[in-house]
Design a protein around this ligand. Structure first.
Ligand SMILES: *Cc1c(COP(=O)(O)O)cnc(C)c1O
Length: 354
């Protein structure tokens, strides 16, 4: 606290990211990073952009990120004017709150979801009607029919990993023709149906994706939104009133290469999915209840062991998982799917602890 703080800063409860331990070789299963490196083409592209002496860094990057937006548009069968890019999808989501979700009516999102949403709502003064998930952590789209200022859902949801079928998202869109429906597809490539395919017929749909998870580029900070031109223009207006250059030169070059290397992306996703299925079965064999996951993490609880204690014990062994001290989920652990070796280290530690 300080007398120099603004009123809004006094009232903020900031988001708390998962720990990035300063250890040589932690088993890091706490922030849903990809256990595999990005495409080798990404490394080449960064070297090429940098050049011999780094001369390119003298100059500002392209403020419109034309090359990257064109690559993303091409990949998804859209026009460049239907693509917005930002410094991580967190930034894209933040601009979305200000540009498309701040209206008279409260917006709706689930009680158990990405914990950044309430933070943005507070930062931008957006009223919220929180909608409880059902007992199985599922989303019932009928709970999103009341008049609202917008609807925001991750698909698959985080931290549960549960996916919502595209048919349900269509129902949600039809029930909310007068508000923007934002589908945060941070984990969609690990097994959910993307709503990108129905953008053309839904002017109120904004799909947000990231290169942090399936494309192994969390360290580069690149996210994007796809939707009708009018929605994208709203985001661009906010961006150009905030920071004209959210993506640096190296990030733009890296992201283009990552988006273009489809084979690498598919192989990496398949490896993660196979490890997720194995991890799920092995956790169940140890007595865990595991929520069916379509993401690169699993959400699990053990009926006889306190989750916070398990997380603390694992941390002593330099194995990091995520525990949320929140109502309804304080007995769950969110465990990122690592390499098979990471998963084996986790399972061996759990076997010893239980
Ligand atoms: C990881 C994550 C993001 C943010 O990703 P960045 O692009 O790294 O900012 C957004 N939404 C959800 C649900 C996530 O889990």
């Amino acid at each position: 606290m300080s007398r120099f703080w603004s009123d809004i800063v006094n009232k903020l409860t900031p988001y708390v990211p998962g720990e990035q331990p300063a250890l040589a070789r932690p088993v890091k299963l706490n922030t849903n990073e990809n256990p595999y490196p990005p495409s080798p083409r990404v490394v080449d592209a960064i070297r090429r952009e940098l050049g011999e002496d780094g001369d390119s860094l003298r100059k500002y990057p392209d403020p419109t990120a034309h090359g990257l937006r064109a690559a993303i548009a091409q990949h998804h069968g859209l026009r460049e004017s239907q693509v917005f890019v930002g410094n991580g999808s967190d930034e894209v989501l933040a601009h979305t709150f200000q540009a498309l979700l701040k209206h008279d009516n409260p917006i709706r999102f689930p009680d158990i979801t990405y914990s950044f949403y309430p933070v943005y709502a507070q930062l931008y003064g957006v009223a919220v009607d929180v909608v409880p998930l059902n007992a199985d952590f599922g989303i019932d789209v009928d709970d999103y029919r009341a008049p609202n200022g917008g609807v925001l859902l991750p698909n698959p949801n985080a931290p549960t990993g549960r996916a919502l079928p595209l048919a349900e998202i269509k129902v949600l869109l039809a029930a909310n023709p007068d508000s923007v429906v934002v589908i945060d597809e941070a984990y969609v490539d690990f097994g959910a149906e993307s709503a990108v395919t129905i953008i053309d017929e839904n002017p109120n749909l904004l799909v947000v994706q990231t290169l942090s998870k399936a494309r192994s580029l969390a360290g580069m900070r690149v996210g994007f939104a796809l939707g009708h031109e009018a929605l994208i223009e709203a985001l661009t207006r906010v961006k150009d009133s905030f920071n004209s250059y959210p993506l640096d030169r190296l990030a733009q070059a890296a992201a283009i290469a990552a988006v273009e290397d489809d084979d690498w992306f598919r192989e990496t996703c398949e490896k993660v999915i196979a490890s997720r299925e194995r991890l799920t079965a092995d956790l169940q064999a140890l007595g865990f209840d595991v929520v069916p996951s379509a993401a690169n993490f699993v959400f699990a609880r053990h009926p006889e062991h306190d989750a916070a204690t398990l997380a603390a014990r694992l941390k002593e062994k330099e194995i990091f998982v995520r525990h949320f001290k929140m109502p309804r989920i304080d007995q769950h652990l969110r465990i990122t799917v690592g390499t098979d070796a990471d998963c084996d280290a986790l399972l061996a530690a759990l076997r010893a602890l239980l």
